[in-house]
Design a protein around this ligand. Sequence first.
Ligand code: PGA
Length: 250
Amino acid sequence: MIRQKIVAGNWKMNGSTESITALVTDLLKAGHSNSEVVVSPSFPYLHLVSTLCAQSDLIKLAAQNVSDKESGAFTGEVSASMLEDFGVKYVLVGHSERRSLYGETDDLVALKIQSLLNKDFTPMFCIGETLEEREAGQTLAVCERQIQAVLSLLGVEAFNRIVIAYEPVWAIGTGLSATSEQAQEVHCGIRAFIAKSSDLVAQRVQILYGGSVKASTSRALFAMPDIDGALVGGASLDAKEFLEIVKAAG
Ligand code: PGA
């Protein structure tokens, strides 16, 4: 099964009107890629990036979070229907920073995915183990538990509309990327777990790797049969570096 590669930049809580305008302008100069190129600015900059990208089809927009609620008295939250006003295609959910710093549980993440699938968004569903969990040999068990919450609420067919991002927590922002073999082993395990519910869905679902991806490590990662792209944090703030990663994806 041929799965299109996705290279997504997670800008996290970084950037200003000036720096984001410069970054997007540089990214747009690169021209066509066979991979899907995605950037995810903070909410206040979605409109700016959507406007900058309006004339081309080169870059898709992602939001970094969404509420599980539709509307109402939820101060500080942003609903899926609000994101519809900004040309957003993807939304990150379950990022480890949301789980560890803001207490998001597997069940809440599943509800957020449900609110996105009720609209026309593609959730980028982040999963992954901590260093402690890896050392205890629980890597796959953790990923399976995180996926199971979504399977239980929404069923395996939901994964026809979800992109998974495997991001080992110990590799995020640490410079310690998983080796391509370590990542491949987990990606393969994740696909096998989904295949227990549906082989077809498992073959189709795109699984990105995230965690200190750099231009220098990306080619080996993308050569692996179950790695369908990357979710890139730090390196996505540098246009040259990010475009090298896009190039490596082919
Ligand atoms: P990093 O972040 O590339 O800076 O490790 C990845 C992520 O958090 O998505």
